[in-house]
Design a binder for this molecule. Structure first.
Ligand SMILES: Nc1ncnc2c1ncn2[C@@H]1O[C@H](COP(=O)(O)OP(=O)(O)OP(=O)(O)O)[C@@H](O)[C@H]1O
Ligand SMILES: [Mg+2]
Length: 265
């Protein structure tokens, strides 16, 4: 029987789905973390780490999807700022959406001084306008060098929706997303990928491109209309291999950023 032709997508999927024999056993959290590093990467966002089993799994890639104004960028920036200032984990933001000056201004309103963190080489913002996503894709080496220069441990891409839109068909898009995820893992970063969700008839948020099927976990943020106001909510949908919380909680936007207010049982 003729052997079926292997496409790059098959190979990318196979390399993720079927590790070599010696890698096949599930790594314990302690084995997965390099010596001296905690197996968990704390977001430092009040209330969130408890919901996700103490923090994100090291080197995991988690999708944060939600509707407009639900707090995706704020959550991701807080993850980077806390990493830089509390956990000695520098981070890089790749933004296709918001302009660098706007991000700096927004975070200042919560008391975060991004420019100071940039001067200390603890945070780096790389801005690519939406029409330059292709340049970002071709600059993989530059980003890898920057990660090693900063010793970056955290990465945010805001957003994968802009990234996904440059591919002219779904097959190429999924291959491109898988390649980006594999690079992040290879570079030793724990990453949050932001994406714009669309709301289903049942009021649930879904990633527009099905990226949730390619990542290690998914968090949904909601900006839900309740009568005459909007309520911001957070839901941990999936975190592979982690015992996580399953309830939907309120996301509170306070003076120092966001926090999760747990629903009482
Ligand atoms: N200084 C502030 N204090 C309190 N809440 C704020 C402050 N700045 C912004 N917000 C709230 O944060 C929300 C926007 O958050 P954010 O930009 O993180 O959302 P987003 O999901 O990334 O939005 P988008 O889909 O437009 O990218 C606003 O809707 C507003 O309610
Ligand atoms: Mg945003």
């Amino acid at each position: 029987m003729a052997k079926k032709k292997q496409t790059p997508l098959h190979r990318a999927r196979a390399s993720r789905a079927a590790p070599a024999e010696h890698e096949r056993r599930e790594k314990t959290p302690a084995e997965a973390a390099p010596a001296g590093e905690s197996p968990k990467v704390k977001s430092g966002i009040p209330g969130l780490d408890r919901l996700i089993g103490g923090g994100f799994e090291r080197e995991s890639v988690v999708l944060v999807t939600g509707d407009a104004g639900s707090g995706k960028s704020t959550l991701a920036m807080q993850f980077l700022c806390n990493g830089a200032s509390q956990y000695d984990e520098p981070g890089i933001l790749i933004t296709f959406e918001e302009r660098r000056e706007d991000i700096i201004k927004h975070m200042k309103s919560y008391g975060w001084d991004i420019e100071a963190l940039e001067k200390e080489k603890k945070i780096k913002i790389l801005e690519y306008p939406p029409h330059e996503v292709e340049r970002f894709i071709s600059e993989g080496e530059i980003i890898r060098d920057l990660i090693s220069d900063l010793k970056a441990k955290r990465m945010v891409i805001d957003s994968m929706t802009s990234f996904a839109l440059v591919f002219d068909n779904e097959y190429k898009m999924r291959l491109g997303v898988l390649k980006a995820i594999d690079s992040l893992k290879k570079w030793g970063c724990t990453a949050l990928l932001i994406s714009e969700g669309s709301v289903t008839e049942q009021g649930e948020v879904r990633d527009r491109f099905g990226i949730e099927y390619l990542v290690d976990g998914t968090i949904y943020l909601y900006n839900k209309r309740v009568r005459d106001y909007r309520q911001k909510l957070v839901e941990i949908v999936e975190l592979k291999g982690v015992k996580h919380d399953n309830a939907i909680h309120q996301l509170v936007f306070g003076r120092k950023g966001i926090s999760v207010e747990e629903r009482s049982a």
